[in-house]
Design a protein around this ligand. Structure first.
Ligand code: PLP
Length: 381
C-alpha cells in the first residue's frame, strides 16, 4: 500500500514510537498521580517529561503549562467552552477550520448566543484578507479568534501571527489549532501570539492516537468543561482550580504519552519542513502536467504537506476508490471535516476534493505512482 493520507494520521510512526508504546503497555501502564507506589510515580514522571519536551519544542515561556487530553478535538472543546463568553460576543474563525472548531463554535453559538464570524479571504488567492479583517475587527470587536495553522484541505499556511497580532489590539483570546503543523512548521509560542496552542499527538508529531492537548501559554483562566476524578482532593465536588489539573480529569493515557515522548525525540522541524515542501512541490509540478486535473493551490510560499485536486468527469470519492482498488494507493476524499472552505473552493460538483498528503516516510517514487495512476485514470498515460 502506498499511504498518502498523512493529513488524517501520519503513518507509519518512527520505530522508536512503536517500541515506547509496547514498553509502556507492558511495564508502565499505571495510573499517574493516583498512587504512592513507585510505578505510579514513574508514570507521573513520564508525563512531566513529555510535557517538558512539548514546551521546549514550541519555545514556550517559563510559566506556560501543558494540558493533556485524549485528542485535539477534546482540547479545543475544553478551551472554547471554558472561555467566559457572554451573549453578543464575537468569535472569529477562519474559513479553513476543521469541525473540531467549526462544530464547537456552532454549539457555543446556540448555547451562549455568541456570534461566529468567518475571517474574510481574498477571492483570487483564497489567502486571509488581512486588510478586510482589520476593518471587520474594528466594526465587530473580537472576543476570541480561533484559527488553524495549516489547512487540512489545501495545506495553506495561515498568517496566524498577523491575525493574532490584530486580535490582541482588542485583547481577544487567541487559539491556535496546530493539528497539521506542530513538528513540521515552526510553532513558536513566544512569537505566534496564541494564548492557547492545541496539538494532536498522532498527526504531524508522529505520535500514537489517543493523546492531544493544549499549551496554556499566558495563564488565561478557563472554566472547567469536562469534570471527573483527578486523583487529588477527592472529597471536594469542585474540580481543582489550578491548571493543568482542572482540565485533566480521568486517567491519563500513559501508553500514548510514552509514544508521544518517543516521537518528540525524533522531531526536527526545519528538516521535516524542507522534506515535505520538496515532496509537495514535486507532486504539484507533476500533477500540473495532466490536463483534466484541477488543483486547489494556495500560493507557493504558503503551502505544505498536501494537495487537493479533482479529476474532470469523476466525483472525488470515485477517484479515491479507483486509487485504492486498482493501485493500492490510500488518499482521502470528500469534505475532510472542514465545512466552510468548500464554498470558496467551489468543489461541490465533485462532492469535495481528493486530498493527497505527504509525510516523513513518503518517497519520490510514491508521488510518481499516484501521478501515474491519475494519468492512467484520465487516459493520458
Ligand atoms: N484540526 C485539524 C486542522 C485537523 O486536521 C484535525 C483532524 O483531521 C483535527 C483538528 C481533529 O483531530 P482529532 O480527530 O485527532 O481530534
Amino acid at each position: 500500500m502506498i499511504y498518502l493520507d498523512n493529513a488524517a494520521t501520519t503513518f507509519p510512526k518512527p520505530e522508536s514510537v512503536y517500541q515506547a508504546v509496547e514498553y509502556a503497555n507492558r511495564n508502565l501502564s499505571f495510573n499517574a498521580g493516583r498512587g504512592s507506589y513507585k510505578l505510579a510515580r514513574e508514570a507521573t514522571k513520564l508525563i512531566d517529561e513529555t510535557k517538558g519536551k512539548l514546551l521546549s519544542l514550541v519555545d514556550a515561556p517559563g510559566s506556560a503549562k501543558v494540558v493533556f487530553t485524549p485528542s485535539i478535538t477534546i482540547a479545543i472543546n475544553e478551551i472554547l467552552n471554558g472561555l467566559s463568553l457572554v451573549p453578543g460576543d464575537n468569535i472569529y474563525v477562519s474559513p479553513y477550520e476543521h469541525n473540531a472548531v467549526a462544530r464547537t463554535v456552532h454549539l457555543l453559538c446556540k448555547k451562549k448566543n455568541v456570534q461566529v464570524i468567518e475571517i474574510p479571504l481574498d477571492r483570487e488567492t483564497l489567502e486571509i484578507d488581512v486588510e478586510r479583517l482589520k476593518y471587520l475587527f474594528s466594526k465587530k470587536i473580537p472576543a476570541c479568534v480561533c484559527c488553524t495553522h495549516v489547512s487540512n484541505v489545501t495545506g495553506y499556511i495561515l498568517p496566524v501571527e498577523q491575525i493574532f497580532r490584530l486580535a490582541k489590539q482588542y485583547s481577544a483570546v487567541t487559539v491556535l489549532d496546530t493539528a497539521q503543523s506542530m513538528g513540521v512548521v515552526e510553532v513558536n509560542a513566544k512569537k505566534i501570539g496564541a494564548d492557547f496552542i492545541a496539538f494532536a499527538g498522532h498527526k504531524t508529531l508522529y505520535g500514537p492516537m489517543g493523546i492531544g492537548g493544549f499549551i496554556d501559554v499566558n495563564g488565561i483562566k478557563l472554566n472547567g468543561f469536562i469534570v471527573g476524578g483527578t486523583g487529588s482532593d477527592s472529597l471536594n465536588l469542585e474540580m481543582p482550580e489550578k491548571s493543568p489539573e482542572k482540565h485533566e480529569s480521568s486517567s491519563q493515557n500513559i501508553v500514548a504519552i510514552a509514544g508521544l515522548r518517543a516521537a518528540l525525540d525524533e522531531v526536527h522541524v526545519k528538516e521535516f519542513y524542507e522534506d515535505e515542501k520538496r515532496l509537495t512541490e514535486y507532486l504539484i509540478q507533476e500533477l500540473q502536467k495532466i490536463d483534466d486535473v484541477t488543483l486547489y493551490l494556495p500560493p507557493e510560499n504558503v503551502r505544505v504537506g498536501m494537495v487537493s485536486l479533482n479529476v474532470e468527469g469523476y466525483k472525488a470519492e470515485d477517484i479515491g476508490l479507483i486509487l485504492d482498488e486498482d493501485y493500492d494507493i490510500a488518499v482521502r476524499t470528500g469534505y475532510h471535516c472542514a465545512p466552510f472552505v468548500h464554498k470558496w473552493l467551489k468543489d461541490e460538483d465533485y462532492a469535495g476534493t481528493v486530498r493527497v498528503s505527504v509525510g516523513r516516510f513518503v518517497r519520490t517514487e510514491d508521488i510518481d505512482s499516484v501521478v501515474r495512476a491519475i494519468g492512467e485514470i484520465v487516459g493520458e498515460i
